[in-house]
Design a protein around this ligand. Structure first.
Ligand code: GTP
Ligand code: SPV
Ligand code: MN
Length: 600
């Protein structure tokens, strides 16, 4: 490939001097080269070719057993000043970060190939898209990037002689956990990643660029990069309204983005279109409305729990051209994971490659096993998903996994209060990152692991975005919780497709069609406005979901919320002086309302 961009060539030259690869190969995006890389990946044992009749162009990959999720404790924001990374990020001084990883990476591509991946986040040539160059010695990374982003020659052409590209450098090294570093340099437009071969740590276009670096760019340039799905909800008249939703990792974005409405709605003509399932770049359009764009081209989705019933659209995405990571492998060259069906195979290999006994109590697929599937495979992909202008947002939804406390849904009073609602989000941790699972933690806007600068400044940026247009044009802000548990640990709300009933209320609120109840935390639906006709769900064998349960899901428990206030105060204190005074005022107001209510 012929690249005339001197800055790109200089970046590659310096990386090659450091890593000393035997050869450098440009990824051109051609089917021929992709096919050759798949073949080579299989020959090297990096990939396994799956049953081409049942799963055409699908491949299988296992990561090292110590390398199965994002590593938040080894992820650093390397801004020149510590205060710019803020209290919720790990920080490393950039010179030290470069020197440290120079030391780790020096000579580590000897005898190996360094691949040069020019990629675009967003459709190539859109003024809102951003370009990156990832250098890597992993064929798995190349094949994933080819699905997750727009790669190849056209990107180099679109870049021209501009210096506006993210420099991403990834080296597998020894997959040594002690030397694993995921480093973002927001002021340099640069990323370094070493000693990992897993998803979010190494597909540098995703969390490292499209969230950590891009959130910083958005702050400087007046737009937002968010950990959000984007969906379109179509009514029987053919009107489509767009919603973006921020849930923490493994908390239901892919599932909501690909939702199939309950039958009663489906036959009337309601449907949901997927625009994106993980990342949204949001800008104010010429008409003053907020427009969201999906910068990715594929889905890196959680496999366990995905099945014909929970998410048939996601399953359909994986029929072709998909890479499966850390799932169980069947002898016929197909794959399996927990929750795919009720028939665990008896003759499969587990995600570590060992013969698997489904009765052993060991899982066949890793809980954070994933599929990498092209977005174009999605049966419900929105006709607007590649619109370079994005789609206009009616609502923004926040949500997390909360066994208690958070009601099924509530609405903020206004934009500023909505920013407050996002800032106090909390969720129980999942297998998407290393560390304990099921521990509640505050995860504002689901960006705790992904914000490239100080969290207080990020809150202020949200408030400032609200001033970029008139109030009537701002998306309305909501909070949802699909994960309330009963005393026995069962999900009270059926979730999945039934979440459509809540989306309906949200849209009705945006269009001013329903009233709501004012509570200390915000507006909550009248129970009769969440339509549950036709809902048939067993919370447990002798308890079928009914109106009483809905009422329970919509109750605000004062004492729990007062505990919450104390925890939020501590969290704000940890972030420190940059927390906007407006948000502290919102917290004080909420506390006063809760105390008032407790007295009444
Ligand atoms: P990342 O890709 O990690 O950012 O995650 P995500 O937010 O896209 O999560 P995803 O949709 O893949 O869901 C992860 C897990 O949540 C899966 O195990 C799902 O089965 C489960 N899940 C999703 N939606 C619901 C729901 O409405 N109710 C319940 N109970 N579980 C859900
Ligand atoms: C997440 O953890 O939020 C993911 C998967 O979407 S990863 O790409 O690994 O970040
Ligand atoms: Mn994610």
């Amino acid at each position: 490939m012929d690249c005339q961009n001197a800055m790109v060539n200089q970046f590659i030259k310096e990386a090659a001097e450091l890593l000393q690869p035997e050869r450098i190969v440009w990824i051109d995006g051609s089917e021929q080269q992709t096919e050759e890389l798949r073949r080579l990946g299989c020959e090297r044992g990096e990939m396994i070719r799956l049953n081409q009749e049942k799963l055409p162009n699908c491949y299988y990959h296992r990561t090292a057993v110590n390398d199965v999720s994002r590593v938040e404790d080894r992820t650093f924001i390397c801004s020149r000043e510590k205060k710019h990374a803020g209290a919720t990020n790990n920080w490393m001084e950039p010179r030290r970060a470069y020197a440290l990883t120079d030391g780790i990476m020096r000579g580590r591509m000897k005898g190996r190939t360094m691949y040069v991946i020019p990629f675009s986040m967003g459709v190539v040539s859109s003024p809102f898209s951003k370009i990156g160059i990832e250098l890597t010695d992993s064929i798995y990374v190349v094949l994933n990037m080819l699905i997750m982003t727009r790669c190849g020659e056209q990107v180099i052409r679109a870049l021209g002689d501009s210096n506006d590209f993210v420099r991403g450098l990834h080296a597998l090294c020894d997959i040594d956990e002690q030397k694993r570093y995921i480093l973002q340099f927001p002021e340099d437009n640069a990323i370094r990643s070493c000693n990992s071969g897993y998803g979010g740590n190494v597909l540098l276009g995703k969390k490292c660029f499209a969230l950590r670096i891009a959130s910083y760019q958005g702050w400087k340039e007046g737009w937002m990069a968010e950990h959000m799905l984007i969906l379109g909800l179509e009514n029987p008249a053919g009107d489509v309204r767009y919603i973006a939703a921020a849930f923490p990792s493994a908390c239901g974005k892919t599932n909501l983005a690909m939702l199939i409405p309950p039958e009663g709605y489906r036959i009337k003509g309601y449907r949901v279109w997927t625009v994106g399932d993980d990342i949204a770049w949001i800008r104010v359009g010429p008409d003053g409305r907020f427009y969201a764009q999906n910068p990715e081209a594929g889905f890196f989705g959680v496999a366990p729990g995905t099945n014909e019933k929970s998410n048939p659209n996601a399953l359909a995405c994986t029929n072709e051209g998909t890479i499966f990571t850390n799932v169980a492998l069947k002898p016929d060259g197909t794959v399996w994971w927990e929750g795919l069906d009720k028939n665990p195979p008896r003759d499969a290999l587990d995600w570590t490659g060992k013969p698997w006994d489904p009765d052993s109590g060991v899982k066949g697929a890793h809980p954070n096993s994933r599929f990498t599937a092209p977005a174009r495979n999605c049966p419900c992909i929105s006709p607007e998903w590649e619109n370079p202008a994005g789609v206009p947002l009616e609502a923004i939804i926040f949500g997390g996994r909360r066994a208690k406390t958070a009601p099924l849904v509530y609405q903020s009073r206004d934009w500023d209060h909505g920013v407050f609602v996002g800032s106090i989000m909390a969720s129980e941790t999942t297998a998407a990152a290393t560390g304990a699972v099921g521990v509640p933690r505050r995860d504002p806007m689901s960006m705790l692991p992904f914000c490239g600068y100080d969290m207080g400044d990020y809150f202020q940026h949200w408030l400032d975005m609200g001033k970029m247009t008139t109030d009537d044009k701002l998306p309305k802000i909501f909070n949802v919780n699909w994960f309330r548990l009963d005393d026995k640990g069962n999900f009270i709300w059926p979730g999945f497709g039934e979440n459509f009933r809540v989306l309906q209320w949200i849209i009705a609120r945006c269009l001013g069609e329903v009233d709501a109840v004012e509570t200390p935390i915000g507006w909550v639906p009248y129970p009769e406005d969440i339509h549950i006709e036709g809902l048939d769900y067993q919370i447990c064998p002798n308890h079928r979901f009914g109106e009483e349960d809905l009422r329970r899901l919509l109750t605000i428990e004062n004492s729990l919320w007062l505990d919450e206030v104390a925890d939020i105060r501590a969290f704000y204190a940890k972030i420190g002086k940059t927390v906007p005074a407006k948000l502290i005022k919102e917290l004080n107001k909420m506390e006063a309302r809760l105390r008032e209510d407790a007295k009444a």
